[in-house]
Write a protein that binds this ligand. Structure first.
Ligand SMILES: *Cc1c(COP(=O)(O)O)cnc(C)c1O
Length: 370
């Protein structure tokens, strides 16, 4: 097995894998499971600094995004789509699918969104039901300051849907302080459980907006109102993937028990950027650096495919290329969750230095982890 140093999925801790192999009961009829599910949701909310209700949905991160949009959007709703990255822009597709009218606020992909500029925009147009934004736009490693942007949008009466699938736990998310109405997360990024679960966290305002719709939600699986009173009624809209949830619970407990988790991400991300810059490589972003993924530009004379192939075949380490407008342009090093350790980074940089040398990429100084 190769080592995945990709920006999700990550390697998975042994205790998470073991939790997923425990014997299971029937999640529809075992009343204790409703407590277990709710306690897991509460632990997740607590780690995100909120008492807002979180729901665990059976599906990959994309389902959480779609469920948020499906549940909020009614025909003709104007939705502000903050776009400074591939996932940022992608929200417009969901808005359209569910009958909304996406209004793109597009900015340079190499810079994080500026709250001051957004404020000026909102002063001339703020007639939006909700806005979508991405915390860490993974294809470019772009980090947006949700703690500044979301409260600003709320001041203008706009609900916020935040995709922090690849940001949360590696970068601080404080749902209450940031006034986030729907926060979307996934199991396979910094949480470091396998792919398969998505979590949505709903504010009172978000629930009210869903309750007050005049039309039905055009989905079953992506309909968040289906979970209303699930605990009181002991009824889930569909059978819950119990083994996945056992794994998620263990992964969340690992984070909860690791007081250095967030700081370690900040330290390792900074060292990653410095190591790349010292050797003369350039980072894709000009500001807004994520602490979960670092993205560097392909040096002249080689290709992303060559670097990735050698890393995996000769060193057993998988890095990631990118996609959409960034396909072939950059390489992404994931340093999130269970992967975010000095040992993994030392191994990755030692291998990357060898690979770049073999490909005759001139470096200002060797690429070393120090
Ligand atoms: C990983 C990720 C998702 C989930 O989608 P994938 O199918 O894994 O690409 C959603 N949003 C962001 C920002 C992500 O990084």
């Amino acid at each position: 097995m190769y080592k995945m140093m990709t920006p999700g999925p990550t390697m998975v801790a042994e205790n998470v894998r073991m939790a997923r192999s425990l014997e299971v009961g029937n999640p529809d009829f075992d009343l204790d499971f409703f407590d277990y599910y709710r306690d897991t949701c509460k632990l997740y909310s607590r780690l995100l600094h909120t008492e807002n209700e979180s729901l665990i949905l059976s599906g990959e991160g994309i389902l959480g995004l779609e469920a948020a949009i499906a549940s909020l959007t009614e025909t003709g709703d104007r939705v502000l789509v903050l776009d400074n990255g591939v996932f940022g822009k992608g929200f417009a597709d969901f808005v359209k699918i569910y009958g909304g009218n996406p209004v793109l606020y597009t900015k340079d992909y190499r810079h994080s969104l500026d709250a001051g500029e957004l404020k000026k925009y909102l002063e001339h147009d703020s007639d939006f039901k909700y806005a979508t934004l991405v915390h860490c736009d993974t294809p470019s490693g772009m980090l947006n300051d949700i703690a500044a942007l979301c409260p600003l949008l709320k001041e203008f009466g706009i609900l916020t849907v935040v995709d922090s699938v690849s940001g949360m736990f590696g970068n601080e998310v404080n749902v209450d302080k940031s006034h986030i109405d729907i926060l979307c997360g996934g199991s396979q990024k910094a949480i470091s459980a396998p792919i398969g679960l998505t979590m949505v966290t709903l504010s009172k305002d978000a629930k009210q907006a869903i309750d007050n719709r005049s039309s039905d939600i055009a989905s079953f699986y992506a309909n968040l109102s289906m979970f209303k009173n699930y605990y009181e009624n002991k009824w889930f809209p569909y059978s819950m993937p119990i083994s996945d949830i056992y794994g998620l619970r263990q992964a969340l407990e690992n984070i909860s028990n690791d007081s250095d988790f967030l700081n370690r991400h900040a330290r390792i991300a900074e060292k990653t950027r410095n190591a790349l810059l010292n050797s003369g490589l350039s980072l894709y972003a000009e500001d807004g650096y994520s602490d979960t993924v670092t993205v560097f530009c392909i040096p002249e004379g080689t290709t992303a495919a060559d670097i990735l192939k050698k890393m995996q075949q000769e060193h057993g380490i998988m890095l990631a290329g990118s996609f959409d407008v960034l396909a072939g342009e950059v390489i992404r090093i994931g340093h999130m969750g269970f992967n975010c350790t000095e040992e993994n980074m030392l191994e990755t940089f030692t291998a990357l230095n060898d690979v770049l040398n073999e490909l005759n990429v001139p470096l200002k100084e060797p690429l070393i982890w120090k």
